[in-house]
Design a protein around this ligand. Sequence first.
Ligand SMILES: NC(=O)c1ccc[n+]([C@@H]2O[C@H](COP(=O)([O-])OP(=O)(O)OC[C@H]3O[C@@H](n4cnc5c(N)ncnc54)[C@H](O)[C@@H]3O)[C@@H](O)[C@H]2O)c1
Length: 252
Amino acid sequence: MGRVEGKVALVTGGGSGLGAADCEALAREGAVVVVTDVKLEPALAVADRIGNGALAMALDVADEAQWIAVMQEIEARFGRLDVLVNNAGVVLSADVEETSLEQFRWVSAIMTDGVFLGCKHAIPLMNKGSGGSIVNMSSTGALLGYPIFFAYSAAKGAVRAMTKSVAVMCQEKGYKIRCNSVHPGSIETPMVQTAEGRPGQTREIPEGVLPPGTAGHPKDVAALVLYLASDESRFITGAEMVIDNGVTIRPF
Ligand SMILES: NC(=O)c1ccc[n+]([C@@H]2O[C@H](COP(=O)([O-])OP(=O)(O)OC[C@H]3O[C@@H](n4cnc5c(N)ncnc54)[C@H](O)[C@@H]3O)[C@@H](O)[C@H]2O)c1
């Protein structure tokens, strides 16, 4: 049996990077994955590649009407939702002095509103089935605050706090829904390539234990997301799962 056999999983921002790797891992372990992205074409390509009944849908996570439509479609097709991975994100390289209010609101709309809306609209559908697992993609930026990614760090801090609120609310209301945040350090994806000024140039990530300073591979994060999505992690909720090869605990 696969580790998430028979589950229905929705991944946002599933057309690229970490989201695509999450979709792949979930499908490999038996989930039917709804691959969503603001860009439909890459989502279609991922759904096609991973198989296992995966389907692609356009979803701009900042748009509540689209969340409602996607949830209605999933309910009509499957009658349940077991896993939500709130992964979609954007990065803005600007410190607090350089960030305009408009830019701050753009980043917040995608990463704060997007996670809020995902949790809000997934919970009722998860409750129609046998509960579920929500995995919110945060960042080490939520724990450290990155000066050059000011709006990004602020949004990721909100994701960390929303996760804990959702986790406790679900317990208090007797819902069988867990909610955890994932905090990756630098992982080799198109987002990082662009932020580092080398769009489209993928660095090879070696196998085995990595030395500090080396970026991780998307499959490293996908392995953690898969664990949190599965029932193996049934005793974990409201947790902040740091996956950064020790970066945030180094004294210098
Ligand atoms: N790569 C890293 O080092 C790293 C580290 C920590 C956290 N993260 C987080 O992981 C998540 C995925 O990042 P990635 O590195 O894979 O980036 P990526 O740029 O490769 O992928 C992001 C995906 O989100 C989609 N997206 C953007 N705006 C959207 C919207 N409004 N609605 C729906 N989808 C939208 C994009 O189309 C893209 O497919 C993000 O939340 C990011 O902040 C990444």
